[in-house]
Design a protein. Structure first.
Length: 631
């Protein structure tokens, strides 16, 4: 037997856990630990049926949490502190002794947590959490109404599951209405609550400055930063972000920012569509070299950097047109910006730069640079740090990640009076054949160099081309391929949600209107056909109906048909056989002696034939039917 209180309790716990899981990746781990602690305590208290912590103390703690959360809220990050506070409040509610009001509050806080998750991210996992919580809360509240009327209701196992199936139908029926409302409700480019939807810069490690050692943090992050819809290219691809031009010996900064209106560059243009996830910055990424960006209000800079006018705090979609060349022609302004050298540069680095050049031409010097770095190793561990990090990299460790290679290359070029800058973006990605797009991960973050020679900016990447061992293993991983397959579903879901705007609504309504007109024409044709052939149609329908009835009747074994006749006969006298009840056990319940004797005669005759495992002949069939008639 299941008590109504236990049922409501279970549903409240399931709703709480689903709500917590939906926001767990967005809140500080400390709050996750606190919730897990409260959850464990609540299980212990429920088992002992003792709730030792007084409600007054819990109320004071709740008020303190709310006040602390209010102090953390800012215009840059308004949502996360509120979500963190709600998570703790949910945990506090779980350790209380629960009544009707407490259960309602648990369900309500769970819904608010999911609403907070919607402001942080609406990827496919949000849809899964939404559907789960939608069903659990809907059914849980219905059970709670039973509980509010009578706390001592009990259900058998069959009764509970029978009722549960019926109750699940209620939210299920509302799903089509939800989809309908999503389609018809007016869209706007200025959502009412958009000011709340702000992401923390901590979502990703991408920044407009790079200190030696920082990129390794990004390269340990296996989350997707953006997806690019485009054909697969059989070459190394770079997705450009920003350029950095000033180096202080430890950190690269972006100082030179010249906005322009348009690039006047000839050549075949390659189109791609980018779905960029929120990451707390304004920069837009595009296949190198990007020259046009459509779909997002942006600022274009002379260094092929595109910057959104708004912080990217939600997934956005935009088109990029690129020139796929290793170098691009451009008039160089302010040459000395790209020749800046740190004041405290180690003399050994200057000597190295001169030795690698040795009066050679620029192309020969570039070859020497590539040869020099060929013996270096790519590594994410034990990276040199401090003011002399670049010296340690070049002369001692000879291993590092892309930022060390790019920094060293740019400085060696500048020391030889060759303008150079560091480009920050992403290299490569995993092509998803299911969806026809590149999935670019945070760990694909990369730095490379551009140097100016003969009127062109040239791409130079001295970082070893061999993938780190962990990335090689990843490409062969079945689980990783499975992840890409599931990411396809996420991609199409995001594409649908982002792309369903007012214009798409108008187009949809026009299509529906046209289809309705076409359907009307088809209906008139069908009605005319029915009028002309009504007799044949009715006759065919009657024959089909009779055929189905006869088929269903004669498809049942004759023994079963006769037994059903017998049972229906007894039903008229008020005797109904249970599903697991034997025939002899059944007729023993009959109180009327005459009726019981006739029924017993039929049963003995039927069993003498049926249990001999032989088919009824015509005489036996007639005999049994006559016995039924006598009853």
């Amino acid at each position: 037997m299941y008590s109504i209180k236990d049922i409501v309790n279970i549903f409240s716990y399931i709703a709480s856990i689903i709500a917590f899981l939906s926001v767990m990746n967005f809140i500080n781990p400390i709050y996750s630990i606190i919730f897990a602690l409260f959850l464990g305590l609540s299980f212990y208290f429920e088992k002992k049926q003792k709730f030792p912590i007084k409600r007054v103390f819990l109320n004071i703690l709740s008020i303190a949490i709310v006040l602390f959360s209010a102090l953390q809220v800012s215009l840059e990050n308004p949502v996360v502190p509120i979500v963190e506070a709600l998570t703790v409040l949910l945990g506090i509610k779980l350790i209380e002794q629960k009544k009707f009001r407490d259960y309602m509050q648990i369900f309500l806080i769970s819904v608010f947590l999911l609403a907070g998750r919607a402001l942080l991210s609406i990827d496919i996992t949000f849809l899964i959490y939404f559907l789960l919580l939608f069903f659990i809360v809907s059914v849980g509240i219905i059970f709670l109404t039973f509980y509010s009327q009578e706390e001592n209701i009990y259900f058998t196992k069959n009764q509970f599951f029978s009722l549960l199936i019926k109750l699940l139908a209620i939210p299920l029926i509302s799903i089509p209405a939800t989809i309908f409302l999503f389609v018809i409700l007016p869209r706007t480019d200025y959502p009412l609550l958009n000011f709340l939807n702000k992401s923390s810069s901590g979502i990703t490690g991408f920044s407009d400055k790079v200190s030696l050692g920082d990129v390794s943090d990004i390269q340990e992050d296996n989350s997707i930063i953006f997806r690019v819809k485009m054909p697969k290219l059989n070459k190394e691809i770079y997705f450009r972000g920003i350029t950095l031009d000033y180096f202080d010996g430890k950190t690269w900064h972006r100082r030179y920012k010249k906005p322009i209106k348009i690039f006047s560059i000839s050549g075949e243009k390659f189109k791609s569509v980018v779905f960029l996830n929120p990451y707390g910055q304004n920069y837009l990424f595009g296949l190198n070299y990007p020259i046009r960006v459509y779909g997002v209000d942006n600022i274009l800079y002379s260094d092929f950097t595109f910057k959104s006018r708004k912080t990217i705090n939600k997934t956005i979609k935009y088109e990029v047109y690129s020139i796929l060349k290793p170098k691009i022609k451009q008039t160089l302004e302010n040459k000395y910006i790209y020749l800046q050298i740190p004041k405290n540069i180690n003399p050994n680095i200057i000597k190295l730069a001169k030795r690698l050049r040795e009066n050679k031409s620029v192309p020969e010097f570039i070859k020497n640079l590539k040869t020099f770095f060929r013996d270096f190793k790519y590594s994410l561990k034990n990276l040199p740090t401090g003011d002399d990090a670049l010296y340690k990299f070049l002369f001692k460790t000879k291993s590092g990640n892309c930022e060390y290679f790019a920094s060293a290359t740019a400085i060696l070029l500048r020391l030889n009076n060759i303008p150079a800058r560091v480009v920050i973006g992403y290299k490569g990605g995993d092509y998803n054949d299911f969806g026809g797009y590149y999935a670019v991960f945070n760990k694909n973050a990369h730095s490379w160099v551009e140097y100016y020679y003969n009127g062109y900016w040239n791409t130079l990447d001295t970082t070893p081309s061999a993938l780190p061992l962990e990335l090689q293993k990843k490409e062969l991983s079945f689980l990783f391929k499975l992840r890409l397959m599931f990411d396809t579903i996420n991609y199409y879901y995001i594409n649908f949600v982002i792309d369903f705007n007012f214009q798409k609504q108008v187009h949809l309504f026009k299509s529906v209107s046209k289809n309705i007109s076409d359907i009307k024409s088809q209906i008139y044709l069908i009605i005319g056909f029915f009028k002309e052939n009504i007799i044949y149609i009715l006759l065919s329908g009657l024959i089909s109906f009779v055929g189905v009835v006869l088929f269903r009747y004669y498809s049942i074994p004759i023994e079963e048909r006769i037994l059903n006749k017998f049972l229906k006969k007894l039903e008229k006298y008020g005797y109904l056989k249970k599903e697991n009840e034997g025939l002899e056990e059944f007729i023993n319940k009959i109180k009327e002696e005459d009726l019981k004797e006739k029924a017993n005669t039929f049963v003995k005759e039927f069993e003498s034939i049926y249990y001999k495992d032989k088919k009824l002949n015509k005489e036996e069939k007639t005999k049994l039917e006559n016995l039924i008639k006598r009853i």
